[in-house]
Design a binder for this molecule. Structure first.
Ligand code: GLU
Length: 499
């Protein structure tokens, strides 16, 4: 079968991790089956759709590495590519109109002239009778003459689907299993608004058919739309329906649907916080899906080839997935630790730039220095955004001294003597290495009858301004002799810089 799937965002906000996961499952499924992945922009909510949101969604998908075959162009979303377009619903007005006409001709749709007040009354009445509020089908029963008259008088109207009143809609959902919906309990829902713009329900079904979508993979918040969309298929005489797979929602640790109060929810926010796109992808894949041996980490090589091969829709879970920020952080650290020195610098570069620690491009010497400095911190780095705070003292001309480091370490009685001695010893070394600096410090401590810490600590604070940091002797090696000597001299001159 030639698999064709789509991710169909409404451009009314940012790319939520839930949306990103839906896109990812569609992408994985398409790539697994060597099928086609389509992006369709569902912009029929004219009041809320914006270009800004569409651009944010497209750039979020691009950042995650989810490439698509048809739809808006990744680098110029106002243009599009593919044989089944337009891929923007607002550019498909005529298509919906034609299909509405077909439904009207066959008696599967009718104009409804009910006002807001009429609908409100209907609702109240149903609530009084303790019945589920729904449209009472009064315009379905208008005579041909009444309908003509109202249309001729240009009365405002919407169009509703004349659904079958008996029987049921039945379908097999790949994730949820066999589902049935009683037609009588459904309603004659609106398919076209009074503005002539189709509802999401109508446009989506028409497009899925015309775009030859074989599998509709979406969040289970759309589950109640599916019987209605199947009714549209039936009304239009379309026998072949897509396979449906409704994936469970993402919840926060408290069991409520993931929302802003749980923390970051926008893909863009995760990017800014310093998460890696491949970690987001790996992590989101596991939010509602697993392999039989619960594999946690997938090789990102060749566009996540391993994950693509292993992904099966049938293994999606029915119950909600819980977003676990700690696990995401853990995974980010794991991926960061696998980087080469060069890769680590490249990934941290935008964050260093934003913090003003590097210039636009940076020169080679500066890059080598930062590459070495960052690699000293690689073991403990969890988020890329930590990079500036971890290495700023390597780069800044003036050391910023933490007040407690000055108090506890530099003001200690033995500190000036230790630093003066170390300055002399380091000056005599051809260059500073982790080995020779460690030996020098240990020897001095032994000679003066001091604890190692009485030597190590003032040296560390002198060059970094703080009491904690990477391995001291590796840090000295990376900083280099000139810088280290200059910094120790400064402290010996009582110049503790800014605190
Ligand atoms: N536009 C819908 C949404 O953003 C998706 C519809 C669908 O996947 O069928 O929720």
């Amino acid at each position: 079968m030639n698999v064709r799937v789509r991710f169909a965002p409404s451009p009314t906000g940012f790319l939520h991790v839930g949306g990103a996961r839906t896109a990812l499952y569609n992408w994985l499924f398409a790539r697994h089956h060597k099928g086609t992945f389509i992006i369709r922009i569902e912009d029929t909510d004219e009041a809320r759709s914006t270009d800004e949101s569409m651009n944010a969604i497209i750039s979020g998908l691009g950042w995650l590495g989810l490439n698509w075959d048809e739809g808006p162009l990744a680098d110029n979303p106002s243009k599009e590519t593919g044989p089944a377009g337009p891929y923007f619903q607002m550019a498909r007005g005529e298509i919906y109109r034609e299909h509405l006409d077909l439904l009207l001709k066959t008696g599967h749709a009718y104009p409804c002239f009910c006002s807001k007040e009429d609908l409100e009354q209907m609702r109240n009445k149903a609530l009084l009778l303790k019945k589920p509020p729904k449209y009472d089908e009064r315009c379905r029963h208008l005579s041909e003459k009444e309908r003509e008259e109202k249309l001729n008088s240009k009365a405002s109207h919407v169009f509703r689907l004349a659904r079958p009143l008996k029987g049921e809609v039945q379908f097999e959902d790949v994730v949820k299993g066999s589902l049935r919906f009683d037609n009588e309990l459904l309603d004659d829902f609106v398919i076209m608004k009074s503005s002539g713009v189709p509802t999401f329900m109508f446009a989506g079904a028409v497009d899925d058919h015309l775009m030859k979508i074989t599998h509709v993979i979406r969040g289970d918040d759309h589950l109640s739309n599916t019987p209605r969309q199947i009714q549209i298929y039936d009304a239009l005489g379309w026998k072949e329906k897509p396979v449906f797979a409704h994936i469970s929602m993402i919840h926060g640790p408290d069991g409520a649907r993931l929302s802003k109060r749980h923390g970051a929810t926008a893909v863009e926010e995760f990017r800014r916080l310093g998460y890696l796109p491949e970690v987001m992808l790996n992590y989101l894949a596991l939010l509602g899906w697993s392999t039989s041996d619960s594999q946690q980490l997938f090789d990102p090589k060749d566009n996540f080839k391993e994950l693509v091969e292993k992904f099966e829709l049938e293994r999606c879970q029915k119950s909600p997935a819980v977003f676990d920020m700690e696990k995401l952080k853990w995974m980010n650290g794991v991926y960061i630790r696998k980087f080469s020195k060069t890769e680590l610098l490249d990934r941290c570069w935008p964050f260093l730039k934003e913090a003003g620690l590097v210039n636009e491009e940076g020169n080679e010497a500066e890059k080598d220095y930062l590459r070495d400095a960052l690699s000293l911190e690689q073991e403990k780095m969890v988020l890329l955004s930590e990079a500036p705070g971890l290495v700023d003292f390597f780069v800044k001309d003036e050391v910023v001294f933490a007040p407690e480091a000055v108090e506890k370490v530099l003001k200690k009685e033995t500190a000036p003597m230790v630093l003066a001695e170390i300055l002399k010893i380091f000056s005599g070394l051809p260059s500073l290495t982790a080995e020779n600096t460690e030996k020098a410090c240990r020897d001095l401590a032994a000679k003066e009858g001091l604890k190692n810490g009485d030597v190590f600590h003032p040296v560390r604070v002198s060059v970094s301004g703080r009491t904690k940091g990477p391995s001291l002797f590796h840090m000295l090696e990376v900083m280099g002799k000139d810088r280290v000597l200059k910094r120790i001299q400064q402290v010996l001159h009582g110049n503790y810089g800014k605190t």
